[in-house]
Design a protein around this ligand. Structure first.
Ligand SMILES: Nc1nc2c(c(=O)[nH]1)N[C@H]1C(S)=C(S)[C@@H](COP(=O)(O)O)O[C@H]1N2
Ligand SMILES: [Mo]
Length: 305
């Protein structure tokens, strides 16, 4: 038996995907034509190869990932996918501002011409203790940093979600809209930090954060802001949406850790979407090898909630 050392997202297709899903996705990708094809899809499966960071999980079925969502702009229910179809995906622009060389507004299609897209299968862990494993299409956040050219004095990247008339949840007065999230520049430059514009080989559906969302697989899901319309570079740590609502429950760092309980529930295990199966939660959602070093000088901070 030989060990293939892949990075965490370079999982063997065979390890994560039931065969019928592989076949379905192959035909989807062929139909999509221009989509980047996952290298693992085309590589010959080797029953004896053990990827170093294989999720050891089946891919979540698409119908579960796209019909069970958290998207408070559309309400507190998980069942918002129909309503979210009303959110127009084009035209779509993103304002880049703050501490950067040339603040500007960029059209999503112009942005997509400047990046190279790829597919990554990531585990996703919601702070509410459900989880999924899905194939995103998109590009590393580090590519956006190169395009935006933040000043060296910038320490954080802040993401802001659209506020659209189709979003009935915005009428709920309690919430501090807009939805704001942020990471340090170092976190943003990490290879795992990803901007998603597709899911299951198709354009990212509105309920999943289409047309463009953040995807940070080692952090609780609320960090992965959907429907991004503004990206700001700053030297001040932002007050994020959930931190504003409940700082003792949803912190800025929000790295996944089974040993640090949420004040109201355990984080030791998680339910796999589309099944009743519970599996143990892993530190940094299983991505410690790629991201733990980001926090070696921050041991005194509340990194895990
Ligand atoms: N704008 C916005 N982004 C958001 C949320 C939200 O309510 N609004 N919910 C977050 C939470 S709690 C999770 S778990 C994920 C859910 O993503 P999914 O619906 O694609 O599974 O989106 C995150 N991004
Ligand atoms: Mo979540």
């Amino acid at each position: 038996m030989h060990i293939i050392h892949r990075r965490g997202w370079e999982v063997s297709e065979r390890q994560v995907t039931p065969e019928h899903v592989v076949l379905k996705r192959r035909s989807l990708l062929a139909a999509a034509g221009a989509m980047t094809i996952l290298p693992a899809l085309t590589a010959k499966a080797d029953a004896n190869s053990v990827p170093a960071f294989a999720p050891g999980r089946a891919l979540t079925e698409e119908k579960y990932a796209t019909t069970y969502n958290n998207y408070y702009e559309f309400g507190e229910s998980k069942n918002i996918w129909r309503d979210a179809q009303a959110l127009k995906q084009r035209p779509w622009t993103i304002k880049l501002d703050g501490m950067m060389a040339k603040p500007r507004t960029i059209d999503i299609d112009d942005l997509l011409k400047q990046v190279s897209t790829e597919e990554r299968i990531y585990r996703h862990r919601c702070v509410e203790a459900w989880a999924m494993t899905v194939p995103w299409t998109g590009f590393p956040l580090s590519q956006l940093l190169k395009i935006a050219e933040p000043l060296s004095s910038a320490k954080y990247v802040v993401f802001e979600t659209a506020q659209d008339k189709t979003m009935s949840g915005l009428n709920a007065p309690f919430y501090p809209w807009p939805y704001v999230e942020g990471v340090t520049i170092d976190e943003a430059a990490n290879d795992l930090a990803f901007i998603s514009t597709g899911l299951y080989g198709k354009p990212l559906p509105p309920q999943s954060g289409g047309p463009i969302r953040l995807t940070l697989p080692w952090k609780y899901g609320f960090k992965s802001a959907k429907a991004i319309v503004k990206i700001t570079f700053t030297d001040k740590r932002p007050k994020t949406f959930w931190e504003e609502i409940g700082p003792s429950e949803y912190g800025f760092w929000a790295n996944v850790n089974p040993a640090v309980a949420h004040p109201r529930w355990s984080q030791a295990s998680e339910r796999l979407l589309g099944s009743d199966e519970r599996v143990p939660t892993q530190i940094f959602n299983g991505y410690a090898e790629q991201v733990a070093a980001l926090y070696s000088d921050r041991k005194s901070e509340k990194l895990f909630m």
